[in-house]
Design a protein around this ligand. Structure first.
Ligand SMILES: [Zn+2]
Length: 469
């Protein structure tokens, strides 16, 4: 039987005959066997791993497996093996802004960054607020053949904040939408948020909230409200705009018995609201972006629009609180908020430039740098926050684990390799990375989607190659 959605099982069609000799991914079906040797699984034990028919067939101590005839062999000595990364928050811009990103180019950036699944945000043009729109995103993702692209549905029609979108029809569509968000905007009307939560509860869905009270974060706000925003003459968002919505939504989750996910939490005040909700047993999860873990509001002193992002960069005290909260489990997941923009939308005076940063290709290295080299997380912890928990929140059963019988969705990284980020070598169409010129430690070596190599980076190169179908 042909699966109706990538989340319901691996396709089982004939492998492509040339895949073993070229090392190229074949989207037509599971690749020939793949043997990974000497990899450090979750940084804990050294293993050999054999992939057959797109699934993990054997997983045992290093040096105990040999390659079947025709298998591709990856010598992964010194490399860490994690489940393929899952991004709960990606903007792919298609349909409507294909000059900024397409589903194909965003998928390439994702594969290069170690991702095997991304959730595509709904604020495209037109908005993903119908079953047909969601299925179109799913189909374009499959055609690109590099990562599983799972559409997020809008909460309200056209993101208008007033009338619920076709939540049930999107859920029952081929795209089997489980996550709904008006991201870019907050579902500010408490009555609308309540109704959305009641609706998605019926099918185990979740509402991902851009927690930012628009009445407190007034028009023109473009940075963190504080001493620096006053000095720079830029209108700011107070931390209370985030914390107040998180607290309200936690109450609505309790009232409805439904699930809330807080997108890109950024402040210590917001974390306090998350902690209070979790302490009461509320069904609430939250995510943090790599850029909010590493970058802080003082970067704005040069008015460089590459640092303009929504929600804004916060002071170091908040960034430290986010890192500690990710380490102690208050924050459940890392999500990129990959927000590609065409140059002509980003290269303006700070107040006029578009909000957002790209992030798919640098996320793993930024997490390695901020969380692993500092001793806050080990690699098993990275797997939890960048793969296993995001897959669970989104209901993606094919992702988030490395175990015998599971689909072979994997990433191999060299924790010691350092890479200087060069925006011109990005697979994204966009160039708005805040990390351009920075040297980051930790490089993706191979990404594997259902046994197919979707990205590889030779040890002699800093630039991943991607292998679309
Ligand atoms: Zn976003």
């Amino acid at each position: 039987m042909t699966p109706t959605s990538p989340w319901e099982g691996a396709p089982a069609t004939a492998p492509r005959a040339t895949a073993a000799t070229t090392g190229q991914a074949g989207a037509a079906g599971p690749a020939p066997a793949l043997l990974v040797t000497g990899a450090s699984l979750l940084g804990e034990r050294t293993v050999d791993l054999l992939v057959e028919d797109g699934r993990v067939a054997r997983l045992q101590d290093a040096g105990t497996l040999s390659a079947p005839a025709g298998a591709t062999v990856l010598d992964a000595a010194g490399q860490v093996l994690l489940p393929g990364l899952v991004d709960l928050h990606t903007h792919l811009r298609e349909p409507g802004r294909e000059d900024a990103e397409t589903i194909a180019t965003g998928s390439a950036a994702a594969a290069a960054g170690g991702y095997t699944a991304v959730l595509a945000m709904a604020n495209t043009a037109p908005v993903t607020d119908t079953a047909e729109a969601a299925e179109r995103v799913l189909d374009l993702g499959r055609a690109a053949g590099l990562v599983d692209v799972q559409p997020i549905g809008a909460v309200t029609k056209g993101l208008d904040g007033a009338e619920l979108a076709e939540l049930g029809l999107m859920r029952r569509s081929r795209a089997a939408v489980r996550v709904f968000s008006d991201d870019g905007r907050c579902v500010a009307d408490g009555r609308v948020m309540r109704r959305a939560l009641e609706y998605v509860r019926a099918f185990g869905g979740v509402v991902s909230q851009h927690a930012q009270d628009p009445d407190l974060a007034g028009p023109g706000a473009c940075c963190h409200e504080g001493e620096l925003s006053g000095r720079l003459g830029l209108p700011g968002w107070p931390a209370a705009a985030e914390a107040s919505i998180i607290a309200r939504d936690a109450e609505l989750a309790r009232l409805t018995g439904s699930r809330v996910h807080v997108a890109h939490v950024t402040t210590a005040e917001g974390l306090a609201a998350v902690r209070a909700a979790k302490a009461r047993g509320t069904d609430l999860t939250c995510e943090v972006t790599p850029h909010h873990l590493m970058l802080t509001t003082d970067l704005l002193t040069g008015y460089d629009p590459v640092y303009k992002v929504n929600p804004p960069l916060r002071p170091e005290a908040d960034a430290r609180a986010l890192r500690e909260a990710l380490a102690d489990g208050t924050i459940d997941a890392v999500a990129t908020d990959h927000a590609p923009h065409a140059r002509h939308d980003k290269e303006h005076a700070f107040v006029d430039a578009a909000f957002g940063m790209t992030g798919l290709e640098t996320a793993l290295a930024v997490v390695a740098e901020t969380m692993v080299t500092t001793g806050l997380l080990d690699w098993a912890g990275v797997a939890r926050v960048m793969s296993t928990t995001p897959a669970a929140i989104a209901g993606l059963a094919d992702h988030g684990r490395v175990e015998v019988g599971a689909p072979a969705n994997l990433v191999l990284l060299d924790p010691a390799a350092s890479t200087t980020v060069d925006r011109e070598r990005s697979h994204s169409l966009a160039r708005n990375t805040p990390f351009h010129g920075r040297t980051l430690t930790g490089a993706v070596r191979s990404t594997v989607l259902r046994g197919r190599l979707t990205a590889t980076t030779p040890e002699t190169s800093e630039t991943p190659e991607v292998h679309p179908c």
